[in-house]
Design a protein around this ligand. Structure first.
Ligand code: GLN
Length: 396
């Protein structure tokens, strides 16, 4: 899809244009939003503006780096398991994943349809409030969008936090994480207490299952969603022009098709050539998890545990208004440091559960460790991004 130009605007883009935004361009990301470093991009990696030997995070790493490097005032990203919050934390900017269904996904490339959420990456919480207010709302082209009116988020960010109940789950402060990162987040929590918030220790015991659950559900949905990239409808730039003519239907009498063998062979070869390693890995994992005989053991089981994770959050939000955690277990890593896919998956250990539960969550900068930014995550009740931004607004 290197030279692909979208024939229409996504709803979020249309709304930004209508509000007078000047759109500068598209930014780099991990292929099909799979990853946490932009190293999976077919265009090459994006570098972290704070230290160019380090990754910017991902998958929306280009968006976060562009904001951090002052190329633009704000950018959009999509967050399926952390792809707005993770690069925002690594690049020292603000990243808001709104509630699932808060902003339309019409015109976006689908990754995991049950968690995908577009949202803003900005320099300040007030800017995130402004952009989120514009892109929020019901869209008849996306029936998962909710008919809940957007709040005046900007007004919310200005409010004080006296009496706001903040939950701190001990499961998000792991033994293996960077102690200096943990300390920064704890300092931020203490400063919120001094500003009048009430800090309450809570427990979310199923947090440890978020990662395995996510990596069953996501590849399953990915394997289905990527089915539309059959290697014919969106041909590779290197494919002969015959495939790009008209409706993109291959001409079986062309030399190209004869050389490739049957139509099935053509699909297989083109799909194989078009996808990068991570996309292929997820298609295979997902196809396996959904196949007869394994569906109950993997996919169904993962959905059941997901329900428990959702219920656990619901119970916690009866006691507290927001939940605070680190966004990532460590600062931005060096290029090539996470070659093992499982190690890369662990990057999102703190962002996945709120994605599975469809809750709004923001990452705000909360300090510097080894000259690199640290992010703090604030998770809220469904459609309460106003409260999330109110607490985030007190970080300045
Ligand atoms: N890094 C996570 C993954 O690879 C999240 C990606 C995302 O939110 N798009 O799945």
């Amino acid at each position: 899809m290197a030279n692909y130009i979208a024939p229409y605007d996504a709803t979020v883009i249309k709304k930004l244009r209508q509000a007078g935004a000047v759109l500068l361009g598209k930014t780099n990301l991990d292929e099909f939003a799979h990853g946490s470093s932009t190293e999976n991009s077919a265009f090459g990696p994006t570098k972290n503006p704070h230290d160019t030997s380090r990754v910017p995070g991902g998958s929306s790493g280009g968006s976060a780096a562009a904001v951090a490097a002052n190329f633009c005032i704000f950018a959009l990203g999509t967050d399926t398991g952390g792809s707005i919050r993770h690069p925002a934390a690594f690049c020292g900017v603000v990243g808001l994943k709104p509630t699932y269904g808060r902003a339309s996904r019409f015109g976006l490339i689908a990754m995991t349809s049950s968690t995908d959420a577009p949202g803003p990456i900005t320099k300040t919480v007030a800017d995130a409030a402004m952009v989120q207010a514009v892109i929020s709302g019901r869209d008849q082209n996306d029936f998962t969008t909710a008919d809940v009116p957007a709040m005046n988020y900007e007004k919310e960010t200005g409010k004080n936090i006296k009496g706001v109940k903040i939950g701190v789950p001990h499961e998000y402060f792991l033994a293996g994480m960077n102690k200096a990162v943990e300390d920064k987040v704890k300092e931020a929590i203490e400063s919120l207490r001094q500003k009048g918030a009430k800090i309450i220790n809570i427990s979310l015991p199923h947090t440890k299952y978020a990662l395995p659950v996510y990596y069953i559900i996501t590849p399953s949905e990915v394997s289905s969603n990527l089915g539309r990239y059959d290697g014919i409808r969106y041909p590779l730039p290197s494919d002969p022009a015959v495939l790009r003519d008209g409706a993109g239907i291959p001409n079986p009498s062309s030399r190209y098709c004869r050389d490739e063998g049957s139509l099935i062979d053509l699909y297989k070869k083109n799909r194989g050539r078009g996808f990068g390693a991570e996309a292929k890995r997820r298609i295979m994992l997902g196809t396996y998890a959904l196949s007869a005989g394994y569906y109950d053991a993997y996919y169904l089981q993962a959905q059941k545990v997901r329900t428990i994770i959702i219920e656990e959050f619901e119970a916690a939000f009866k006691e507290v208004d927001v939940i605070i955690t680190p966004t990532t277990p460590d600062i931005a890593f060096k290029f090539g440091a996470n070659k093992d896919p499982l190690k890369m998956y662990l990057e999102d250990i703190f962002t996945l559960s709120s994605s599975l539960a469809g809750l709004p969550a923001i990452s705000v900068p909360c300090g510097i460790v080894d000259k690199m930014p640290v992010g703090c995550q604030i998770i809220g009740r469904k459609f309460e991004e106003g409260m999330v931004m109110r607490v985030a607004g007190r970080f300045a």
